[in-house]
Ligand binder design. Structure first.
Ligand SMILES: *[C@@H]1O[C@H](CO)[C@@H](O)[C@H](O)[C@H]1NC(C)=O
Ligand SMILES: *[C@@H]1O[C@H](CO)[C@@H](O)[C@H](O)[C@H]1NC(C)=O
Ligand SMILES: *[C@@H]1O[C@H](CO)[C@@H](O)[C@H](O)[C@H]1NC(C)=O
Ligand SMILES: *[C@@H]1O[C@H](CO)[C@@H](O)[C@H](O)[C@H]1NC(C)=O
Ligand SMILES: *[C@@H]1O[C@H](CO)[C@@H](O)[C@H](O)[C@H]1NC(C)=O
Length: 479
């Protein structure tokens, strides 16, 4: 099925042909019986459908550049396409699908999308409640339990396995997009396709509660590939966050995919995130809790920058200075407030936001004492952050963005900023998110995904304007 050869002329011819045959059919209809009329109408409809589906692939590609493959083998035409030559692509990925599929990357829409209501699926009542596992330090609870005792085994279905014969991670070629490592692809497949043998609710010392699934395909020798954390259907932005993180070159999130469970989330797809048992909060001791005041002071001293060991009075944590710059780009684009602004002091929250529900929003006056939360790292890699709870908000307007997240930040990573300035963010996000079929479908397919990207693009513009207006330096931050 080589749709590439179709030219504008062919499309026009087909149009003329179809419309003339439609006219003929209409003329004939008058003399036919009712049954035949319906039959003819059905045939015409089928023809029309075929025409629109087939042609919509081709009609947008008449201009300049081929838009995208996700096709088998080489990119051929796309070789000249800058987006795909951004980095050397590792060819050792094995495809999960064999058919060739083309999606176009050029957006046909001109209207900005209205996002409200498309992103926050209503939570219906569930058979097994997927608990709030947002890791908000549910202090009382964790102090009472303070151990990692298992919260109990949850029922699971043996159908919580693969979706038929093929993976829900769609890779049609031997090359995955270059922003994914082979480990990312392996992890995505593990999360999406592995056969589940057990689902446990685990009370954890550092995270209020986790639902972990174990799988028959885990390599028992490799603890980091043991489990997936199942989150609530409303936390689906975790998946978007993972793709955005890799495209921006941050590499600070854990792989996340969308997966449907028969026994959880009432059959709605849930985000599942790779579990890494080495994760822990940055401030382990209550005496060294990070609050806004000490965080702002520590930013001034560029902790650990150029290998300088910080002095005690600098208020530094174990985290390297550049990590905060990476964090704020990510959190600003997704408007994640739980880490740096848990009380929602930097914007006008809605009544249903957790900061309002829990009464935090009332406490914005003594801003320096407000704690930072969900600041996570790997215990064996203390200088780098891990972005673990990535609940983003797509339904926040540009006039209500949380600029507090950017406070105190004087430099931003050049790699991120160049992606944001490149005009290719949309293309990359489409290409990337297409891999996760469950996620793609759960957001309403291409149309829904484009709306989410609209939001991110507008925020990227705001961020770039902010960088100029505030003289933020854009510097290399390779760690
Ligand atoms: C691709 O991955 C393999 C192993 O995972 C590695 O040996 C090889 O160097 C990689 N190639 C590129 C171009 O990154
Ligand atoms: C907590 O987990 C560790 C290992 O993961 C185990 O040795 C220990 O017994 C657990 N603690 C409790 C109270 O179950
Ligand atoms: C998967 O990992 C768990 C522990 O994390 C282990 O008990 C189980 O035996 C492993 N399964 C396989 C098939 O290796
Ligand atoms: C997990 O696998 C990686 C490479 O595949 C290896 O370097 C690492 O040591 C393994 N971890 C454990 C706990 O075996
Ligand atoms: C991404 O982060 C993981 C975990 O820290 C690391 O093992 C991996 O090498 C990183 N990948 C790149 C391309 O930096």
């Amino acid at each position: 099925m080589d749709t590439r050869s179709t030219r504008a002329g062919d499309v026009g011819d087909t149009l003329i042909y179809l419309s003339s045959s439609f006219l003929k059919v209409c003329n004939c209809c008058r003399s036919y019986s009712a049954v035949r009329k319906y039959l003819i109408v059905a045939v015409v409809c089928f023809g029309y459908l075929f025409f629109t589906v087939h042609v919509s692939h081709t009609s947008t590609r008449q201009d300049k550049r081929p838009e995208l493959w996700t096709g088998n083998g080489v990119y051929s035409q796309s070789k000249t396409d800058q987006g795909l030559t951004d980095g050397e692509v590792n060819e050792s990925v094995s495809p999960t699908r064999v058919n060739v599929v083309y999606i176009t990357l050029k957006s046909k829409r001109h209207k900005p999308a209205i996002i409200r209501g498309t992103v926050r699926p209503k939570l219906r009542r569930k058979k097994v409640k997927v608990k709030q596992q947002d890791g908000i330090p549910d202090r009382e609870k964790s102090e009472r339990q303070s151990t990692n005792t298992s919260g109990g085994r949850l029922p699971y279905s043996e159908f919580d396995g693969r979706n038929g014969d093929y993976s829900s991670i769609r890779i049609y070629s031997t090359r995955a997009p270059p922003w994914f490592s082979n480990e990312d692809i392996t992890a995505m497949r593990f999360l999406a396709d592995s056969k589940i043998t057990q689902i446990d609710e685990v009370a954890h010392r550092d995270f209020s509660s986790l639902i972990l699934f174990k799988s028959a395909t885990n390599r028992s020798d490799n603890a980091t590939k043991c489990c997936g954390v199942v989150k609530r259907p409303v936390d689906m932005s975790e998946v978007f966050a993972f793709h955005l993180d890799r495209i921006l070159g941050l590499n600070r999130t854990l792989p996340a995919v969308s997966r449907r469970f028969h026994s959880l989330g009432e059959g709605q797809p849930c985000p599942v995130v790779l579990w890494d048992p080495s994760l822990g909060p940055v401030a382990d001791q209550p005496s060294e809790k990070l609050n806004w005041g000490s965080y702002q002071t520590s930013l001034k001293h560029k902790c650990w920058h150029r290998g300088v060991t910080p002095k005690p009075e600098w208020g530094c944590s174990s985290i390297h200075h550049h990590e905060w710059s990476k964090l704020v780009v990510f959190d600003f684009l997704l408007q994640i407030y739980e880490r740096l602004d848990k009380n929602c002091c930097g914007f006008k929250p809605r009544p249903e936001d957790t900061c309002v529900e829990l009464g935090y929003h009332e406490e914005c006056r003594d801003k320096d004492s407000i704690e930072l939360t969900h600041i996570i790292h790997r215990r064996h890699d203390p200088h780098h952050l891990v972005f673990f709870n990535n609940k983003g908000y797509f339904d926040r307007d540009e006039d209500n963005l949380d600029f507090r997240l950017l406070e105190g930040i004087k430099e931003l990573p050049d790699q991120c900023v160049s992606v944001l300035m490149s005009q290719r963010l949309r293309e990359k996000l489409l290409q990337s998110l297409f891999l996760d079929q469950q996620y793609w479908d759960s957001q309403g397919g291409r149309q829904g995904i484009e709306k989410l990207i609209d939001v991110i693009e507008r925020r990227a513009k705001v961020l770039l304007t902010y960088i100029n207006a505030h003289g933020i330096k854009v510097v290399p931050m390779n760690s």
